[in-house]
Design a protein around this ligand. Structure first.
Ligand code: GLA
Length: 578
């Protein structure tokens, strides 16, 4: 049965009745598909009537023209409808979201550079081609056509980035032209430059904030007296960066602000209702400082977000507080679905260890005078081995790496000699002649601010004192999927290594992988990359969703980059996020 969803006066009207949007963000790409229904039912159980999701373009189109996993979005929209939830879709093309590159494909940002998020014809041509593929999936599921999609967002916090009104107009018109007939909206910070830079005439403006709802809605009303008040992102928690303290938000404080939002008669979207996980290499990064162009701050694998529904779907203290507030303001909480079980704690012994060179492709690699970037090599994320010959004889002098994105293990004649890092150590003394290898690891791409669209690899060059070193071969090593030959044991002192352990289970269930004593790297379970770990913390455990396991033997692989291998891997029954 088809319905209607409109903005009439300062109200949302759903099927003819006055309506308040009580939404929560939950990203289908951050939760295993087998767990979507559980998470959606948890949203209902909190009293929400709507789920909100972004669409990450780079996850759907990893290479130009290769579109995949649209069926995931279709199923998520259908399951949301089956759970009785309306849906707000935020298709970007830029989504921020602590997601690699803010959801933009790295192959595209490497090409368009600072023309990104503007009306540049080359950029728009790619956006339009993507929207041609994506939007029919959304259009078919609008409330007006029997589905539950009620609102679609144009771009994301554009006023925090640019002021190209023609770009926003092009996107809004492109949504309409592709059959989006439910209300469109933008979302921005409640500040004059953000509202004026990010809004589109004739398109609903919404605001994002974590506190001071009265001030935010006053700013919105001053700018858009005709729009119904809506907070598109009420930041009820926050995310973490590697090497920083874990961020948590007091449940009573968050519930108090939610209460004030609802008391103001506003609609709301909880960002996040359920955060989930930045699996594999999908986490983004920030640049610190007042102007968002300072020190590099990679985001952790967990996107628990200190949200009311935690990473494995369990209700937190915040969930119960929010449920009470929402019910008091007219929300109708549903029944709580049963919480999926946990595996008992276990300690797994490492059975095999091989050197990282066991994952190197046997081919010759790309040859170039200067080190090609990851994007030039067609590698989204992972490792690239750059090899060059330092001429000689010559004395030991600093080998300097300029523009390192983001970390490099340096080998001289096969021996590990140093670890260099963006914003950290930049050089190591090397004498020639020598074979120098740099194993460069990418961390997340910046997803917010003026430096959006960065490349990975060695962006400046490699110098010996002042002299550029020329002549590189580059071997890309993708980590997702992974291909390791389990032959040839690693000697201690070889540097990075792959380690393998086996996990026998009777019934698959959720668990958390802990790596006490290990340094930095990645974990795969049955070939699926769970994400990064790092002893810098704050995150100490990686969430392992039960649906990735099966009854019987399961393979656990650890890539330890910093040569700090332990003999065991632990499974623990709860998260340690710091
Ligand atoms: C902004 C963005 C979101 C997210 C939050 C912080 O509001 O729009 O995508 O990045 O910040 O979590």
């Amino acid at each position: 049965m088809s319905g209607t969803f409109t903005v009439t006066g300062r109200r949302f009207v759903r099927n003819g009745a006055r309506h308040r949007i009580l939404a929560g963000a939950a990203h289908y790409f951050r939760t295993h598909p087998a767990q979507w229904t559980h998470r959606l039912r948890m949203l209902r159980a909190m009293g929400l009537n709507t789920v909100e999701t972004y669409v990450p373009w780079n996850w759907h189109e990893p290479r130009p023209g290769t579109v995949r996993r649209l069926e995931d979005l279709e199923r998520f929209l259908d399951e949301s409808a089956a759970c009785g939830l309306d849906v707000i879709v935020r298709p970007g093309p830029y989504i921020c979201a602590e997601w690699d590159n803010g959801g933009l494909p790295a192959w595209l940002t490497a090409r368009v550079g600072r023309r990104v998020r503007t009306a540049d014809p080359d950029y728009l041509r790619h956006v339009d081609a993507w929207f041609d593929r994506l939007l029919p999936v959304v259009a078919r599921r609008q409330i007006t056509r029997g589905g539950t999609v009620v609102m679609v967002q144009v771009e994301n916090e554009y006023g925090s980035f640019g002021s190209d009104a023609a770009y926003l107009r092009h996107l809004a018109d492109g949504l309409t032209a592709r059959g989006i007939e439910v209300p469109l909206c933008t979302s921005d910070g409640p500040e004059d430059h953000m509202l004026t830079g990010g809004s589109v005439p004739g398109v609903l403006t919404t605001v994002n904030f974590g506190s001071d709802p009265e001030g935010a809605f006053a700013a919105l009303a001053a700018w858009r007296p005709q729009d119904p008040p809506m907070c598109m992102e009420f930041w009820d928690g926050w995310f973490d960066h590697w090497g920083d303290r874990h961020v948590a938000r007091d449940p009573a404080d968050a519930a108090g602000v939610l209460d004030r939002i609802l008391a103001a008669g506003a609609s709301v979207n909880l960002y996040m209702a359920h955060g989930g996980t930045n699996f594999g290499t999908t986490a983004g990064a920030n640049l610190g400082g007042e102007h968002h162009d300072g020190a590099y701050q990679p985001t952790t694998t967990s996107y628990d977000y200190d949200a009311p529904i935690d990473e494995r779907g369990a209700p937190t203290a915040k969930f119960w507080r929010f449920r009470e507030v929402i019910e008091r303001h007219g929300g109708v909480p549903g029944d709580l679905p049963p919480l999926p079980p946990l595996l008992p704690a276990a300690r797994l012994a490492v059975a095999d260890t091989v050197t990282w060179r066991a994952a190197l492709p046997s081919g010759g690699g790309a040859v170039a005078p200067v080190p090609p970037t990851f994007e030039e090599l067609g590698l989204d994320h992972g490792l690239v081995l750059y090899r060059c010959t330092l001429p000689g004889p010559r004395e030991a002098r600093p080998l300097v790496v300029d523009g390192l994105h983001d970390r490099a293990h340096v080998f001289v004649d096969g021996r590990p000699v140093a670890v260099l890092e963006r914003d950290g150590r930049r050089s190591v003394d090397v004498a020639g002649p020598a074979t120098v290898e740099l194993l460069v690891e990418s961390m997340g791409r910046v997803n917010y601010g003026p430096r959006l669209g960065e490349s990975k690899g060695i962006l400046g060059g490699v110098r010996h004192e002042r002299q550029y070193v020329h002549g590189f071969t580059a071997h890309p090593l993708a980590l997702d999927p992974l291909d390791v030959r389990w032959t040839g044991a690693a000697a201690p002192g070889d540097g990075p290594a792959f380690c393998r352990a086996w996990l026998d289970v009777e019934d698959a269930a959720d668990t958390y992988v802990a790596l006490p004593g290990w340094g930095k790297g990645y974990v795969w379970v049955n070939g699926v990359n769970l994400g990064r770990f790092w002893d810098r913390g704050p995150q100490r455990t990686l969430y392992l969703p039960g649906p990735l396991l099966h009854a019987g033997r399961n393979e656990v692989v650890v890539l330890e980059l910093d040569g700090r291998r332990a003999a065991t891997v632990d499974l623990v029954p709860g998260p340690q996020l710091g």
